[in-house]
Design a protein around this ligand. Structure first.
Ligand SMILES: NC(=O)c1ccc[n+]([C@@H]2O[C@H](COP(=O)([O-])OP(=O)(O)OC[C@H]3O[C@@H](n4cnc5c(N)ncnc54)[C@H](O)[C@@H]3O)[C@@H](O)[C@H]2O)c1
Ligand SMILES: O=C(O)C(=O)C[C@]1(C(=O)O)C=C[C@@H](O)C=C1
Length: 302
């Protein structure tokens, strides 16, 4: 395998099964199609017949199977790609059918919940290596995916204590071949980090859109008319998928509420500085924002 993500030699997996095929699942399926190094055969299962029919039309999987229990049979890697709230039920359905030695992974945005929902049902001979690609868009469904989604983006692994090192290395290599930089951390740290960098920004975006929507009819018209401004940037992420974000908020409750409390205190402090005309305080906050944006650009993550 070369550092450029180009394939060399045999594919990592013989039979890769993706359960849930929206933005993330279909990006993985497309990557596997374009990059021979991921899997020889890609099997896909999803909840609705409409999604499965669309996957057939798109031609992004070798096998399309309605029943998840059937889909995982004989797979040496299974990746859960549905909203995180679906994991417990999916796991109950597939656990007895997972092949011995299979690697089970996921792409969920919350990791404590995945350990909670998946580990108790895990057969002894299956290796569990949770993962979270820090890449996405506001779009969802199988049409939204693209093969380059993960390129140059981080993927965080949260292997549970005692995870099989060979399985962890295989999942690392999988994400490297998707073009990602791979890091590992424990699930609790992951959940705190994403609460501030991903979940709270979405919560704020949904809220600011709701607040604008609550304004009197006349003002709301003006908001929409002149929205080619700071507000527009919030509307992009506020247009994200309902099921996915409901599940994220409900499955990272503690960390998200902690970050929201800190944010609220800081927002009040800035509001107070505005009220009392404290220009130095206001300038300091703006400078910190500019500094963070600059460092993201330097790290090529903006
Ligand atoms: N969208 C992002 O930016 C992003 C980024 C990183 C990780 N994630 C995580 O990836 C996962 C998938 O997100 P997505 O953006 O691809 O969502 P999506 O809405 O585009 O796709 C989800 C897919 O799962 C299917 N599904 C829903 N419930 C199911 C069930 N009970 N059983 C089987 N399939 C079911 C849906 O039909 C759909 O095909 C989520 O856990 C999310 O937290 C999302
Ligand atoms: O770019 C976006 O639109 C995203 O929302 C992607 C984003 C994020 O917040 O950065 C969303 C959820 C994920 O779990 C990872 C990535």
């Amino acid at each position: 395998m070369s550092d450029s993500g180009e394939p060399s030699g045999a594919p990592l997996f013989e039979r890769l099964c993706l359960l849930g095929i929206g933005l993330i699942g279909s990006s993985l399926a497309r990557r596997a199609r374009e990059h021979g190094g991921l899997a020889r055969t890609v099997v896909v299962s999803s909840r609705t017949e409409a999604t499965l029919a669309r996957v057939r039309e798109l031609g992004i999987a070798d096998v399309v199977e309605a029943d998840p229990a059937e889909a995982v049979r004989g797979a040496d890697c299974v990746i859960l790609c549905a909203p995180v709230g679906a994991n417990a039920a999916l796991m109950r359905r597939i656990a007895p059918h997972l092949a011995p030695g299979c690697i089970l992974s996921d792409v969920g945005s919350t990791k404590g919940s995945v350990l909670r929902d998946v580990q108790p049902l895990l057969p002894g001979d299956v290796h569990f290596v949770p993962a979270h690609p820090m890449a996405g868009t506001e779009f969802s469904g199988p049409d939204a995916g693209f093969a380059t989604l993960f390129e140059g983006r981080y993927c965080i692994l949260t292997p549970p204590p005692g995870a099989d090192p060979a399985a962890v290395e295989k999942v690392r290599e999988f994400w490297r071949r998707c073009g990602s930089m791979v890091e590992s951390m424990d699930a609790a740290t992951h959940d705190k980090v994403v609460a501030i960098v991903s979940h709270l920004p979405h919560l704020i975006a949904f809220t600011i859109c709701g607040t604008a929507d609550d304004l009197a009819a006349e003002t709301r018209e003006a908001v929409l008319k002149f929205a080619a401004s700071g507000f527009r940037d919030f509307t992009r992420i506020a247009s994200s998928d309902v099921d996915m974000w409901r599940d994220v908020f409900l499955n990272n409750r503690e960390a998200l509420l902690e970050m929201l409390a800190r944010f609220s205190e800081d927002a009040h402090a800035l509001g107070r500085a505005v009220r009392w005309g404290q220009a130095d305080f206001i300038e300091d906050r703006i400078r910190r924002g500019r500094k963070i944006r600059r460092s993201l650009i330097e790290r090529r993550q903006a």
